[in-house]
Design a binder for this molecule. Structure first.
Ligand SMILES: [Zn+2]
Length: 317
């Protein structure tokens, strides 16, 4: 079975709607914890551990790792689109302010009594941060400064402040916060596949994702997905396994080996390419085979700057 995606969700503030749930059953909360220490559900404890120690790009933890993609502003909209999916929030639930603080009108629905229906995230950026690193930092600050509480059965309300001004509001489900943090830790490399998918969607290709279960490929992990960008008479298999040391790709398969197994009409009458990714230009080997193309990190950045012809150029044999 194939899963088709043909558009990209943009979290660009245009569709933001502040909480207007008008719930009769609004819940009163207090930031002051009672009892102390709070009795926390397991997922909340795990979320605190992840945010304090393990989520990427946290210079003050020795447990973490650095993911340079998360710090790169060129990719920030694609990355935020990918990770916000784990919060299961739509563009009307996310508001991103470029600087300053959150005004009283925006803050009002979260003060004193709140609904436990919608999730809302409002964050401000400080200079140098990307949208994703800003969210992670503000969430961590809510916890580190104790400026949060739980309400309802599974809801979290948290604030960040700077010099007396509110700089972030999170009214979210604990389980979604957990999934978001877990994803940041578990699959940092997966971001690269998502970056390619985002750019192909921008180029009006469709994304088709196939679980390999049921297909018998040699040397492949069962859980691995095959991701294709299909459009304009071409199908690019997006392969983001990084090069191993020495510049060779292990587990390289000719795309024709498995294409005949794909009976979906979607794959009829298109020309196939294996699109590989590598970190730097030195590792770039242009033609691994007639059906393989390689794009480097610089090339990926160029695509995000709008140089879409790089993809058309890949198709020239
Ligand atoms: Zn609401």
């Amino acid at each position: 079975m194939s899963i088709l995606v043909d558009h990209v969700t943009l979290y660009d503030n245009q569709e933001f709607k502040n909480c207007m749930c008008g719930c009769q059953e609004k819940m009163v909360y207090k930031i002051k914890h009672q009892p102390q220490p709070l009795s926390l559900p397991d997922k909340m404890i795990k979320t605190i551990e992840m945010l304090l120690w393990y989520t990427p790009n946290n210079a003050s933890s020795v447990q973490t790792f650095n993911n340079e993609y998360l710090d790169n502003k060129i990719f920030e909209d694609a990355i935020i689109t990918y990770y916000l999916r784990y919060f299961k929030i739509s563009p009307e639930d996310f508001y991103f302010l470029e600087d300053g603080s959150i005004n009283q009108v925006l803050l009002a629905p979260y003060m004193g009594s709140i609904c436990n229906r919608c999730q809302k995230i409002i964050v401000t950026r400080r200079r140098g941060e990307t949208k994703i690193t800003s969210i992670i930092k503000h969430l961590r600050n809510c916890l580190a400064h104790g400026n949060f509480n739980l309400f309802g059965n599974e809801d979290f309300i948290g604030f960040d402040k700077y010099k007396g001004n509110y700089t972030a509001v999170f009214k979210i489900k604990i389980s979604k916060m957990y999934s978001f943090c877990k994803q940041l830790i578990d699959e940092p490399d997966f971001t690269i596949s998502q970056l390619f998918q985002y750019i192909f969607l921008k180029m009006k290709y469709s994304i088709c994702s196939l679980p390999t279960g049921g297909y018998n490929f040699t040397n492949k992990k069962e859980e691995e997905e095959l991701v294709f960008a299909v459009g304009n008479g071409y199908a690019f298999r997006i392969n983001c396994s990084r090069y191993t040391r020495g510049g060779y790709i292990k587990k390289f398969e000719e795309i024709e080996e498995y294409v005949p197994d794909l009976e979906d009409d979607f794959f009829k009458d298109v020309q196939y390419y294996n699109l590989f990714y590598c970190e730097n230009e030195q590792e770039k080997i242009r033609k691994l085979s007639a059906s393989a193309s390689v794009i480097s990190k610089n090339g990926l950045e160029d695509l995000f700057k709008g140089r879409y012809e790089l993809i058309s150029n890949l198709r020239i044999d």
